[in-house]
Write a protein that binds this ligand. Structure first.
Ligand code: D5M
Ligand code: FE
Ligand code: ZN
Length: 506
C-alpha cells in the first residue's frame, strides 16, 4: 500500500482519502492498480482533478463497465480445413473428391421431402433404355438395393402410365441444342442425359454451375427423356441465429498490403475507428478478414511493377504491425486468399507459420484456412475468399462483377463454394470435399472481387466485403470498378449490415 502511495506521489498524483480506504481493502496488487489508473488518467490530462485519484477511478477500474459485462464474446471454430488437408496426387485423388461431393450433396438432398422419390440412374435405365444415352462406367455401390426397390414400386403404382422419375447426382455437362438444353447427370450408378425444353426449366438450368449437385424430375417420352423440373440442393428458408447482446462483427477482405495500390491511410483510419469512442466501435468484438491480406509476388505477370514491397514475409510483417493496433478485446479471424503465401489450390490451409511475419504471435488473432466456419456469439459465419466467383460470374448469364452477392447466391444454391472444376479456380484433389456447404450459415462472407455487396437470401446474410486496394491497371483493363475503403459492420443481434466508408476525401 505504501509503495502505491509513493508511486502516485512520484508521478505527481494524489490519492483521495476515500479512495485510499477503498484501495486498502482490495485483495489485489494495489501498486499495479494505481499504475494502471495513472496510465489511464495520464491520457486525459486535461480532465478536472486530473491528478487526484478518486473512488470512482478505482471503481471504474475494478468493476468492468456495465456494457462490458452485457457484451458477450464467445467464439468457436466449427470448421477449419488446415488439419484435414491431405492431398492425394493424381486422378485417383479427384475421383475421391467427387465421390465425397456426391455423397455429401445426397445427404443434403435427403433432408428434402421430395427426395423420397429419388431413384438410381441404373434402375431408370433398365426401364427406359431406348431413351437413354448410355455411358457405362463401373461405379461402386450406391444406395442399398432393397430400399431402392421398395421406393420404386411404390412410385410406379402411384404414377402408373406417367413414366416420370426423379434422379439426383452431379451435373456433368450442360449444352444448348437447338431449342433445348441437354443436361448430363451422374450418380455413380450411371450417367444419363435429358433435354430441358420448357423456358422455365431452361432458365433455371442456366443458373446451375457445372459439377454441382442437382435433382431432376424426368419424363420418358418418344422424343427421349425430358426434364420436367430441375433443382439445386439450395438452403432452406430459415431463421438465423442471433447474439443475445448488441455486438458487432466487422467484415473486411483484400487488404493487398505490399501493393502500390494498398490504401494505407484509409486502412489506418479504419483501425483508428476500432479503438475510438464511437458507440458501434465500442461494441465490436470480432474482426473477420476474408483473405488477400498481402499482394504477394508472382501472382500475375509483371506484378513487381505494382509492388512497394517485393518480399512476401515483409508484406506479412507489415500486416501484423497494422493488426497489432486492433484493440485486444476484438478477436481477429483471418483466412488466406489467392494472393497470400501458402498453397493456392482450394481448400487452402492457414498461412504457413514461416514467413507469416509474426501474425501467429498476435494473441487476439486466430489464423484459419480457406474456407473456414466460425461461430461468433452464436452466429455462424462461413468465411470464404471467393476465388470461384470469377468462374461463376463468367458461366452464369446475367451475373457481373458489380453485384457479387448474386454470384454468392449461386454458391448457396449449389451448396458448394467452388463447384466448377477446370475453370480458373485451382482445386486440390482432396479425399474429402471440404467445399460442400454442409451446414447452413447465418452469414456467408467473401471478398476477392473487390466490390462491396450485401444481400439477404432465405435468412442468410450474404456479404462481399470489398477491398482496401484502389483500382489496379489490370482491373481497369478488365472493366472491374472496385469499391474500396468500406468495412461491413454486422450487428450480430439483428444481422443487419452497415457499410462504413473510410475513404478519405482529398
Ligand atoms: O482479384 C481481384 C479481382 O480481379 C477478382 O474479381 C478477379 C480479378 N482478377 C484478378 N486477376 C485476374 C486475372 N488474371 N484474370 C482475370 N481476372 C482477374 P485478386 O484476387 O485480388 O487479384
Ligand atoms: Fe483481392
Ligand atoms: Zn483474391
Amino acid at each position: 500500500m505504501f509503495s502505491a502511495l509513493s508511486y502516485a506521489t512520484s508521478k505527481g498524483f494524489r490519492i483521495h482519502p476515500d479512495a485510499f480506504a477503498l484501495l486498502s481493502g482490495l485483495d489485489k496488487d494495489v501498486l499495479n492498480v494505481v499504475k494502471e489508473i495513472i496510465l489511464l488518467k495520464g491520457r486525459h490530462e486535461n480532465a478536472p482533478d486530473g491528478s487526484l485519484i478518486l473512488v470512482d477511478d478505482i471503481k471504474n477500474f475494478i468493476q468492468p463497465r456495465h456494457d462490458e459485462v452485457a457484451v458477450e464474446q464467445k467464439s468457436r471454430i466449427l470448421l477449419d480445413p488446415t488439419p484435414k488437408i491431405n492431398t492425394a496426387e493424381g486422378a485417383e485423388g479427384y475421383a475421391e473428391l467427387f465421390r465425397s461431393r456426391f455423397e455429401k450433396s445426397m445427404r443434403i438432398f435427403s433432408q428434402r421431402p421430395d427426395s423420397k422419390r429419388i431413384t438410381k440412374i441404373s434402375s431408370v435405365k433398365q426401364r427406359s433404355s431406348s431413351a437413354l444415352e448410355s455411358k457405362p462406367q463401373s461405379r461402386k455401390k450406391g444406395q442399398p438395393a432393397d430400399q431402392e426397390g421398395s421406393r420404386e414400386d411404390k412410385y410406379d403404382n402411384e404414377n402408373a402410365g406417367a413414366a416420370t422419375f426423379v434422379v439426383a447426382g452431379l451435373l456433368m455437362s450442360k449444352r444448348s441444342k437447338k431449342a433445348a438444353v441437354e443436361l448430363v447427370i451422374d450418380d455413380y450408378s450411371g450417367t444419363l442425359s435429358a433435354l430441358a425444353v420448357s423456358e422455365e426449366v431452361k432458365n433455371y438450368a442456366s443458373t446451375l454451375a457445372l459439377d454441382q449437385a442437382i435433382m431432376m424430375e424426368l419424363e420418358s417420352t418418344s422424343a427421349g427423356l425430358l426434364v420436367r423440373k430441375v433443382v439445386s440442393p439450395d438452403i432452406p428458408d430459415h431463421i438465423s441465429n442471433r447474439s443475445k447482446s448488441e455486438t458487432y462483427a466487422v467484415l473486411i477482405s483484400d487488404l493487398h498490403v505490399g501493393s502500390r495500390h494498398f490504401m494505407e491511410a484509409e486502412f489506418k483510419s479504419f483501425l483508428g475507428w476500432l479503438s475510438s469512442e464511437d458507440e458501434i466501435a465500442q461494441r465490436v468484438r470480432f474482426l473477420c478478414i476474408g483473405g488477400d491480406l498481402v499482394d504477394g509476388t508472382g501472382i500475375f505477370p509483371e506484378q513487381d511493377k505494382e509492388l512497394v514491397e517485393i518480399d512476401v514475409s515483409r508484406q506479412m510483417a507489415r500486416v501484423t504491425q497494422l493488426l497489432a493496433t486492433v484493440p485486444k478485446h476484438i478477436k481477429i479471424f483471418a483466412i488466406p486468399g489467392n494472393h497470400d503465401p501458402g498453397r493456392r489450390a482450394l481448400p487452402q490451409p492457414a498461412f504457413p507459420v514461416q514467413g507469416s511475419g509474426g501474425l501467429y504471435s498476435l494473441d487476439n488473432c486466430t489464423v484459419l484456412g480457406n474456407p473456414a466456419f466460425v461461430e461468433l456469439n452464436g452466429v455462424k459465419i462461413l468465411m470464404y475468399h471467393g476465388q470461384s466467383l470469377d468462374d461463376i460470374i463468367a458461366a452464369v448469364p446475367g451475373l457481373s462483377y458489380s453485384n457479387p452477392a448474386e454470384a454468392m447466391k449461386v454458391l448457396l444454391r449449389a451448396r458448394h463454394l467452388s463447384p466448377i472444376y477446370g475453370g480458373r479456380t485451382p482445386i486440390a484433389p482432396e479425399q474429402e470435399d471440404m467445399m460442400v456447404i454442409t451446414e447452413v450459415p447465418d452469414i456467408l462472407h467473401s471478398g476477392h472481387v473487390h466490390v462491396v455487396d450485401v444481400a439477404s437470401y432465405k435468412g442468410t446474410l450474404i456479404v462481399n466485403s470489398g477491398a482496401w486496394q484502389s483500382q489496379t491497371k489490370f482491373q481497369q483493363t478488365m472493366g472491374i470498378t472496385p469499391t474500396p475503403g468500406i468495412a461491413i459492420l454486422v450487428n450480430l443481434s439483428t444481422l443487419e449490415p452497415i457499410g462504413r466508408d473510410f475513404k478519405l476525401t482529398q
